[in-house]
Design a protein around this ligand. Structure first.
Ligand SMILES: Cc1cc2nc3c(=O)[nH]c(=O)nc-3n(C[C@H](O)[C@H](O)[C@H](O)COP(=O)(O)O)c2cc1C
Length: 286
């Protein structure tokens, strides 16, 4: 039996078990909740501190095998996942201290090599390829986060790989310069302490649009600001805005946290330069 078949059977058994439980609960049971949804609602990031306890190899492998089950365009899995088990290297690559890290890269090198191997023409050299690859890669990363939670492993999705000199990521992990772009890191381990609270989420106007797009009214925008100021919603990243005596959370968010976004981008960013180097920004031919 292949490992795919085994996990299919296991999932079938779990699903069957879940349905059995719902049935046993009888009429009136909440059919919109089950173990899978509970795991999703329990998701939370570990900001900062992981213990040194390593993630057991079989657990890491289970997370990886779940991760690659995510859907991908044409089932081509246009990504590579670099599993890093050296905590010192984890920190150099993503800036966070943790025992394990999965680096998710948009990557067409395997596909390109396959086409070359067969002498077939193939070019993954456009923004379309990057966006498609980024969707595939992100779905795989989020699936790893869900699998980790289900197995009791804490995680942090981080774009720390894009801070500072981004080229270090290519150098440290020997990534191909072309056709490969590090998109997101999933840091894995065991948190030193449980999260203080579960972060809130917006799920109303402006996020979920019924039938067609709805632009927020002034009243709805006021409500949004109030929701973020309300400590009970846990929508704010932290309490820094109160310590800075700001009137609203968003005054800190836009004024301090995202201050660099106060001005439009006018020159080429490091990211655009490296996207071009990777070959994902098409150059119109004359
Ligand atoms: C693309 C992306 C990048 C992120 N980068 C960081 C990061 O560098 N550092 C960090 O502490 N959290 C990071 N996060 C985690 C978010 O801050 C976190 O998901 C959000 O505050 C909601 O909290 P929760 O995941 O605990 O519900 C990132 C999340 C995403 C999706």
């Amino acid at each position: 039996m292949t490992s795919d078949r085994r996990s299919f059977v296991r999932q079938g058994a779990l699903l069957g078990g879940g349905l059995g439980l719902l049935r046993a609960a009888g009429a009136g049971a909440d059919t919109t909740r089950n173990a899978t949804l509970d795991t999703i609602h329990e998701l939370h990031s570990t900001h900062g501190n992981f213990t040194e306890r390593p993630v057991p190899e079989d657990v890491l492998q289970a997370i990886l095998q779940a991760s690659v089950r995510a859907a991908s365009a044409s089932n081509m899995q246009s990504y590579s996942i670099v599993a890093v088990r050296d905590p010192a290297l984890v920190q150099k690559v993503c800036t966070y201290a943790a025992p394990r890290m999965l680096l998710y890269c948009v990557d067409y090198n395997r596909t390109q090599a396959t086409a070359d191997h067969l002498g077939l023409p193939y070019h993954a050299d456009s923004v379309v390829d990057f966006v498609t690859g980024a969707v595939n890669t992100t779905l795989a990363a989020q699936t790893a986060v869900i699998a980790a939670r289900a197995l009791g492993v804490d995680s942090l999705l981080t774009n720390g790989i894009h801070r500072g000199d981004m080229e270090r990521v290519w150098k440290l992990l020997e990534l191909p310069e072309t056709g490969c772009f590090p998109l997101i890191a999933v840091v894995l381990g065991y948190a030193t302490e449980p999260p203080r609270e579960r972060k809130g989420r917006l799920s109303g106007p402006g996020v979920i649009h019924d039938g067609k797009y709805h632009r927020l009214t002034r009243e709805e925008l006021d409500a949004l600001v109030r929701q973020h100021d309300d400590p009970g919603t846990h929508l704010a990243l932290n309490d820094a805005w109160r310590q800075e005596w700001r009137k609203h959370y968003f005054e800190w968010f836009f004024g301090t946290w995202q201050a660099r976004a106060a001005k439009p981008t006018t020159s080429e960013t490091q990211m655009l330069r490296l996207l071009k180097r990777a070959g994902f920004v098409e150059t119109p031919r004359t």
